[in-house]
Design a protein around this ligand. Sequence first.
Ligand SMILES: Cc1cc2nc3c(=O)[nH]c(=O)nc-3n(C[C@H](O)[C@H](O)[C@H](O)COP(=O)(O)O)c2cc1C
Ligand SMILES: Nc1ncnc2c1ncn2[C@@H]1O[C@H](COP(=O)(O)OP(=O)(O)O)[C@@H](O)[C@H]1O
Length: 222
Amino acid sequence: MPGPYESPYPDPPAPTELYQSMAAVRPSTIGPDSGPNPPFPLRMSGKVTSGFGRGSSELGIPTANLPVDGPECASWLPSADSGVYFGWASVSLPDESGEFGDATDRWRVYPMVMSIGYNPYYKNTVRSAEVHVMRKIHVDLRGREMRLLILEYVREEKDYPSLEALVCDIRIDIEVARRSLEREGWMVREVDERGRLDGSWLVRKAEEGREEKQGEAMGKSG
Ligand SMILES: Cc1cc2nc3c(=O)[nH]c(=O)nc-3n(C[C@H](O)[C@H](O)[C@H](O)COP(=O)(O)O)c2cc1C
Ligand SMILES: Nc1ncnc2c1ncn2[C@@H]1O[C@H](COP(=O)(O)OP(=O)(O)O)[C@@H](O)[C@H]1O
């Protein structure tokens, strides 16, 4: 099985001049090495839905959409700042060979970056929560339950003069998240034994996960 921080792109594109100029004004990591500060970690979960279908086709960066309202939603979400966040995502997937189908589903934990908001470049009128899992995934996630342990706020959502600039900034977010999550204070033990964070909620059985909704309402993990 590949390592947790492997790029989801088989051949990441060479950094363009625009990427380099935008990356030069961004920090390389976010948050102190010791780990997340309150109100993080924040939890949310939900069934992956369809978005506007632009992630893969227009941006080359697929995003799994999660519901942002309804009784099942995390209580902190409506008042959360719009913007980009990073952390860990879990999803229950079949055996990697795919041969044994759902009988061997188990929770996998992956690094993720996400945006919460109105996607100002596309001028959406409804708020969305969209998660890019930083790993190549060969299974359609729509209809599957996803859990998130959100560890840090990265930046505000922005409008951009071009699609290329939007894609560059998201790729920089992915790099910032990768470097930030590689620090021991930000790793979950469920992925790497050096990790100092408890990510057990991410891999709990469904029934136990539901009980944990109480904790989610407080916006805390652990
Ligand atoms: C890490 C990340 C950062 C993003 N930042 C922005 C942003 O600053 N401005 C914006 O308009 N959209 C932003 N987006 C949202 C993309 O525009 C969105 O994923 C794309 O429109 C695909 O949407 P769809 O899944 O509904 O098709 C971001 C998405 C991700 C995953
Ligand atoms: N690394 C990944 N991160 C998020 N979703 C992925 C990933 N790899 C494959 N997918 C799939 O791509 C879908 C999102 O694709 P996208 O083009 O953004 O479509 P839509 O906007 O219609 O949901 C997800 O629901 C999931 O099934």
